[in-house]
Every structure is written in structure tokens, then in C-alpha cells.
Design a protein around this ligand. Structure first.
Ligand SMILES: NC(=O)c1ccc[n+]([C@@H]2O[C@H](COP(=O)([O-])OP(=O)(O)OC[C@H]3O[C@@H](n4cnc5c(N)ncnc54)[C@H](OP(=O)(O)O)[C@@H]3O)[C@@H](O)[C@H]2O)c1
Length: 215
């Protein structure tokens, strides 16, 4: 498949490498796509990953990944042009984190709204699936920890899009994958990130993840 990744931060790059390693064609988008650091990074990967504007990346992808800082999400969607994303699965890994009061961040929204729902409203013709937002970018692909493979969640309104994303998660190595329901379930998935950050600060670790144990 052709994967268009909007966002060239740590998450965008980690997922670009993950998708390319699984045999997909990958384009990564940035406002500053002529940026030499990004070009050097892509060149070092033997041009396995193309670099382009948000708009061309959105046009390229059959599946889109939204890996944008929350404050820039609306602008990135505007630059990508919602029409270029229509009728496509959009994997949303963003978290609506507010760092204005320092660490730990709080959520801009919650309880009766969520980042995923806002994105779905900005992209009414797209199928948003929220997932992977609760782990560090280093462990989004091949999530093998000393104590096993953590739990992963997803939610979204389109059953087909969720099936597609579940398969992608399995290809990446996830096993305990739970579809929580429609996009409003982002209201419970996004706050998990705050718990993850708080735990990291308390224990000075950033390689942890959440796993539900059963007996
Ligand atoms: N870091 C992690 O391990 C992790 C894990 C789970 C979830 N997340 C979430 O994933 C998202 C991406 O995180 P990240 O750490 O990779 O990087 P980030 O610094 O949060 O975001 C980087 C991307 O956001 C874009 N961006 C920033 N402001 C923008 C604006 N005003 N308009 C358009 N685009 C803008 C940048 O575009 P340009 O390339 O054009 O500068 C860049 O591509 C965030 O929502 C984060 O909360 C992160």
C-alpha cells in the first residue's frame, strides 16, 4: 500500500521506517520538506521513504497517518486539504496535550469531547482510527518488552478502517489489540497518555507501556 505520513517528528519517522520495512511505499510530509536534515535522513535510508509537502503526501497515501503536534493539527489538515484525505483511513496517533504549564502536560479537552472527535469533524469524509498514541514512538513497531507485549487499543466509526488498522498493528507485532468502539472512545484512550507520562516522571523511565493482566 501507499502510506502518507503527515508529520516528520519522532513518531512520523518511526512509523515511516516501520511501514517501509513492512514493504509499503511511504511518503512523509512536512511544511519544511526541503529541510536538508529531513532529506539527509531519507537519503540515509536509501530513499526508501519519499519526502514531500503535506498536500502531496495526502494525495499519495491510500492510508494516512496523522503524526502532528496537537497545536498544529488543524493547520496541517488545512495544508493537506481535507478533500485529499476523503474516503481514506486516517490513523490518528496524536494527543491533545497542553504543555503551557510545563510538565506533566494536561489535556486540552476531555470527558465530553476528544482530539479524535475533533479530527473526525475536521475530516467528515475520512475514517479516523485512533491508536498507538499511548506508547513511546520507539516501541510502536516490534513492541517486545522484557515482560511481554503490551495491550493496544483502537477506536473509530468505520468497521472497515478498524479492520485495516488492526491488521497493520498485527503486522507491527501487536497481539492484545482491543477495538473499544466508535470515535468517542478517544475520551478514554487519550487520557491514558497522561497516566503514561506521569508514571514516566515518577519512575524516571520512558520505555514502559500498559498491559492488562488476566487470570
Ligand atoms: N513522541 C512520541 O513518542 C509520541 C508517542 C505517542 C503519541 N505522540 C503524539 O504524536 C504526535 C507527533 O508527535 P512527535 O513527537 O512526532 O512530534 P511533534 O513535535 O509533537 O510534532 C511534529 C510534527 O508536527 C508538525 N507541526 C507542528 N506545528 C505545526 C503547525 N502549526 N502546522 C502544521 N504542522 C505542525 C510538524 O510539522 P513540520 O514538519 O512542518 O515542522 C512536525 O511534522 C503528537 O500529537 C504527540 O502527542 C507522540
Amino acid at each position: 500500500m501507499k502510506i502518507g505520513i503527515l508529520g516528520s517528528g519522532e513518531v512520523g519517522k518511526a512509523l515511516a521506517i516501520g511501514f517501509a520495512s513492512s514493504g509499503h511505499q511511504v511518503k512523509i510530509g512536512s511544511r519544511d520538506f526541503e529541510n536538508s536534515k529531513l532529506k539527509i535522513w531519507a537519503n540515509e535510508l536509501e530513499d526508501l521513504i519519499l519526502v514531500d509537502s503535506f498536500e502531496k503526501t495526502a494525495t499519495f497515501g491510500d492510508i494516512i497517518v496523522l503524526a502532528i503536534k496537537w497545536d498544529g493539527v488543524e493547520n496541517a489538515i488545512h495544508l493537506a486539504n481535507p478533500e485529499n484525505l476523503s474516503h481514506k483511513t486516517v490513523i490518528d496517533v496524536t494527543n491533545p496535550l497542553n504543555f503551557s504549564n510545563g510538565m506533566p502536560p494536561s489535556l486540552y479537552i476531555g470527558h465530553t469531547n476528544s482530539g479524535g472527535e475533533i479530527i473526525q469533524r475536521l475530516l467528515p469524509k475520512s475514517c479516523i482510527v485512533k491508536t498507538l498514541n499511548i506508547v513511546n514512538n520507539h516501541t510502536m513497531i516490534n513492541p517486545t518488552y522484557n515482560e511481554g507485549i503490551p495491550s493496544m487499543f483502537l477506536c473509530g466509526n468505520s468497521e472497515n478502517a478498524k479492520k485495516q488498522v488492526t491488521q497493520i498493528l498485527k503486522d507491527f507485532g501487536w497481539k492484545d489489540i482491543t477495538d473499544l468502539g466508535d470515535i468517542t472512545e478517544c475520551r478514554i484512550i487519550e487520557p491514558i497518555t497522561c497516566l503514561w507520562i506521569k508514571y514516566g516522571m515518577k519512575h524516571n523511565t520512558w520505555t514502559h507501556a500498559i498491559r492488562f493482566l488476566k487470570h
